[in-house]
Design a protein around this ligand. Sequence first.
Ligand SMILES: [Fe+2]
Length: 231
Amino acid sequence: MKKMLFTCLTFSVLLISSTVSAENISNNNNNNNNNQKTKAMKFELPKLPYATNALEPVIGQQTIELHYGKHLQTYITNLNNLIVGTKFENVDLETIVKESDGAIFNNAGQTLNHNIYFLSFSPNGGGEPKGKLADAINAEWGSFENFKKEFVAAGVGVFGSGWVWLSKDNAGKLYITKEPNAGNPITKGNTPLLGFDVWEHAYYLDYQNRRADHLAELWKIIDWNAVSARY
Ligand SMILES: [Fe+2]
């Protein structure tokens, strides 16, 4: 009887020990997964300061939902996955864009580009910049109208997918530059102020092949307060 009781107790202890051990392993796995998830979720979609239909008719709701919710989200997800286990795992976005190449550069560049792009709009935007940015634009191009013409012409002149950028150098001098694909003037030492996306995904639903018409309309929704704050 004593022997039987001892056997039962031993079996119970083993069973409890085995359960606790399994729980520990399970918890450890969950923690590892959570850690991986935390690292993989490093970069996130920026919150839009407007509703997805608020920029109509310049940019349609479906375009915003796809461009912001799908295209940008995909760049961010790809970037988060690609940097795991690399030297870029705990590095800020601008540094990744400056120092990476290949797939990491493409997805980091597009994440940075679109973050700037989507935070340059307002349903109450339009008009002209004021203050020192306006002064710098006038100094470089003579007038705001001339600047807009040159900016749109540069955007129309990008062959294939890419961006047209207004940027400044360390002395505050302004530049209009064309960049292919995920390019950003930050890679050449300049600070990006305003970028128009000339990938077809930015305008095809609303303007089909009429890129010039799309670029000409964008001025109506530019948030010059946001753009000027980058100058
Ligand atoms: Fe885009």
